[in-house]
Write a protein that binds this ligand. Structure first.
Ligand code: BG6
Length: 490
């Protein structure tokens, strides 16, 4: 797995002047540079830049804390490139070969596609035609989401990419897989017998996975209005968290064994009829409201560049069942949305209550035991237990044992890209999604979208700053459960 570790590499950064590169990728590369990863970068985008003006764009995108920033920046080169012009790729090959020799990069190449998805296929084809993928070193294609917009389009994209790259060379990014506490789920589960021994339908009553945001649609109106929360968040990030929480321990801790176990979870998700989609999946859209910082914000339909009659969902709450031996009958609830009360991602595992035998059981008001995995902004874990109050009443009270990595101050977003890019340099694709994971997830989403298209599921409105529409609470109430408050809003 580590055979390519710290090998010098040429990074061809498509979308080099774009938002993601400037917000996350250059800072991540700077971190890797400080960790002694050797590389040179060719920035590629349509707009004109010289090497120098591009270096100044990169410099403006990072927070330098060392003196050798100059050496770091000197490794950045720029070539204006129009994906639709194959000739641009011919000159790119020439520049790549030159830089390869200058820095002794051994022909190792990362092609990072931080591009509009409509260019993914053409970029790969033109790379091949110009001979850029015909290299003596290794080559990895890193591809940002969305990977297709439904199963047929994702399948087509995958086939196109497989004409140029092998599956093992394709690194499909799901940046949630780079988050510290998402990566920690396996350690928590498989390195702690007290959790693993009760991690099943006999002891767990339900699992709740929430990823809430306070931001609205921002400047991504065009993309978002055609995508919505289901495809933007559930298809990828939420389903990956479901898979990691539910999967069996892999036979060996290696890339393909772990991915195989995740795929088994996807395969076991109970298919849903039109009726169950209507009753188990809530779609919501925010109206105007007041956020927790007191700011008054517009409703989704009043946002710039959003159709005033748009029916796109900005919130989804769903109930899934995983029909295997471990999870039989345990609901997995997922919930995500924009303009909610807090920016927070958490996994709450609720344990079953102790049987209430009246002759034996005399404690009143006992709360369920909860294990909360705090993904962000806190990174940590809390365990909610009951103890006797420290008085004569004999009543119980809830307590919380908490571990926090105290990351309130750390930039959890950039950290994810450091880990993922580092894996990509090393040739470790464990924390990237394999094609079959993506395909199963799309097939589930397609079945939901098909029912939504027939207008069978109402769009429920929620006030900005709230935790979603009332129907989301009813979804759990019908099963005798409730959403546990996010730790950040308790
Ligand atoms: C992206 C979605 O994949 O994830 C965005 O496209 C969303 O709409 C973002 O805001 C959330 O990521 P994070 O790391 O801020 O939770």
């Amino acid at each position: 797995m580590d055979e390519t570790q710290k090998q010098p590499t040429l990074v061809l950064m498509f979308g080099a002047t774009g938002d993601l590169a400037r917000r996350k990728l250059y800072q991540a590369l700077y971190q890797l540079y400080k960790n002694n990863q050797e590389f040179a970068v060719i920035g590629l985008a349509r707009r004109p830049h010289t090497h120098l003006s591009f270096r100044s764009l990169v410099s403006d995108s990072i927070t330098p804390d060392e003196e050798h920033i100059g050496d770091f920046l000197n490794r950045f080169y720029y070539q204006p490139l129009d994906i639709e012009q194959p000739e641009s790729f011919v000159s790119l090959k020439k520049l790549s070969d030159e830089i390869d020799i200058r820095y002794h990069l051994g022909g190792n190449r990362i092609f990072y596609l931080s591009l509009a998805p409509r260019f993914f296929t053409l970029a790969a084809q033109n790379l091949k035609r110009a001979g850029l993928t015909d290299t003596v070193g290794w080559k990895h294609l890193v591809i940002e989401k969305p990977f297709g917009h439904d199963l047929p389009s994702a399948t087509k994209l995958n086939e196109d990419l497989l004409d140029v790259f092998d599956e093992k060379e394709i690194y499909r990014i799901d940046h949630y897989l780079g988050k510290e506490m998402v990566q920690n789920i396996e350690a928590l589960r498989f390195a702690n017998p007290i959790f693993e021994s009760v991690w099943n339908h006999r002891h767990i009553s339900n699992v709740q996975i929430t990823s809430s945001e306070t931001l609205g649609v921002g400047e991504r109106a065009n993309y978002y209005d055609q995508t919505g929360a289901l495809l933007d968040m559930v298809q990828n990030h939420m389903m990956q968290m479901v898979a990691l929480t539910a999967m069996e321990p892999p036979g060996r801790f290696d890339t393909e064994d772990i991915r195989d176990e995740k795929v088994k979870v996807f395969k076991s998700i109970r298919p849903m009829s039109a009726e169950s989609i209507s009753s188990q999946i809530v779609r919501g859209q925010y109206t105007s409201g007041v956020l927790s910082d007191g700011s008054v914000v517009k409703g989704y339909r009043d946002e710039d560049n959003i159709d005033s009659k748009s029916n796109t969902e900005t919130f989804v709450a769903a109930r899934f069942y995983i029909d295997n031996y471990r999870w039989s009958g345990v609901p997995f609830y997922v919930r995500t949305g924009k303009r909610m009360t807090a920016k927070s991602t958490e996994i709450v595992v609720q344990f079953k209550d102790i049987p209430k035998n009246p002759y034996f059981y005399h404690f009143e008001d006992v709360k369920p035991n909860l294990l909360v995995i705090h993904i962000q902004p806190d990174e940590g874990l809390s365990l909610k237990l009951n103890v006797k109050q420290f008085n004569e009443t004999g009543n119980t009270m809830p307590i919380s044992m908490k571990f926090s990595n105290n990351s309130g101050t750390s930039d959890y977003g950039a950290g994810a890209y450091v880990r993922l890019l580092s894996d990509c340099f090393k040739g470790d694709s464990t924390n990237f999604t394999r094609w079959d994971e993506v395909a199963y997830s799309w097939s589930l989403m397609d079945s939901i979208v098909a029912v939504w298209k027939e207008n069978k599921v109402p769009l429920d409105f929620y006030e900005a700053g709230s935790m979603g529409p009332a129907s989301s609470d009813q979804l759990l109430a019908r099963d005798g459960f409730r959403w546990w408050p996010l730790t950040s809003t308790e």
